[in-house]
Design a protein around this ligand. Structure first.
Ligand SMILES: CC(C)(COP(=O)(O)OP(=O)(O)OC[C@H]1O[C@@H](n2cnc3c(N)ncnc32)[C@H](O)[C@@H]1OP(=O)(O)O)[C@@H](O)C(=O)NCCC(=O)NCCS
Length: 178
């Protein structure tokens, strides 16, 4: 199966909406609002179009990943450090477990690195993300602005020492909560 990963285009929005909705349909831990979240995030200042990627097979979009800009607030110095949030990643049920989610995540990391970002934060399955290098966020001194099990709150350094000297609370764009 040939999988092409490319930047999302405006004309892809309706198909991506359906792909996200279908991917999360049977997901227990989901609020089933992820497709609406992406619509909101695309309109936020923190949206980085180059980090909105689709996976295509035979010209059909079957997967999607988005990295959005966030800040990590150092509560001592009150300084903000830029980072990214991975949310969501979605693959149509018929195409899951064939490496497409992994390919999307790795491609998003590569692009983020190329753009100069140094880290990514994710809230997700504790047994899915470590294979990409994610570690518990609290091991970097990074906390979330809401209650979440620490094993589900993870951070990745995109380069050596990408989170060195960066700690504090993640500040999400308001679009995440609207
Ligand atoms: C999570 C998701 C994006 C993974 O994409 P994928 O293409 O199926 O994943 P890959 O083929 O790259 O990886 C498969 C591996 O991930 C594991 N995996 C898949 N979904 C998982 C989940 N929800 N929790 C834990 N592990 C999971 C599989 O067991 C498999 O493990 P293995 O490599 O040890 O056999 C996809 O299953 C999906 O869209 N799920 C519904 C939406 C969702 O939960 N998104 C993530 C939260 S933002």
């Amino acid at each position: 199966m040939d999988v092409i990963i490319r930047k999302e285009d405006v004309k892809d929005y309706p198909v991506v909406f359906d792909v996200i909705q279908k991917a999360f349909e049977n997901e227990e831990m989901s609020d089933h609002q992820e497709h609406f979240l992406v619509d909101k995030l695309r309109n936020a200042d923190s949206f980085v179009p180059e980090l909105s990627l689709v996976a295509e097979v035979d010209g059909e979009i079957i997967g999607y990943v988005l990295l959005t800009e966030i800040d990590i607030l150092d509560e001592v110095t009150q300084l903000m450090n830029k980072s990214l949030a991975l949310a969501p990643v979605a693959v149509l049920p018929d195409y899951q477990n064939q490496g497409i989610g992994s390919a999307l995540i790795r491609a998003s990391h590569d692009k983020a690195r190329e753009l100069g970002y140094k880290s990514v934060i994710v809230l997700g399955h504790a047994d899915y993300y470590p294979k990409f290098g994610y570690k518990q966020a609290d091991s970097f001194g990074i906390s979330m602005p809401f209650e979440v099990p620490s094993e589900n709150s993870m951070a990745l350094e995109l380069c050596n020492n990408g989170l060195s000297g960066v700690n504090g609370m993640v500040i999400y764009p308001t679009a995440f909560f609207e």
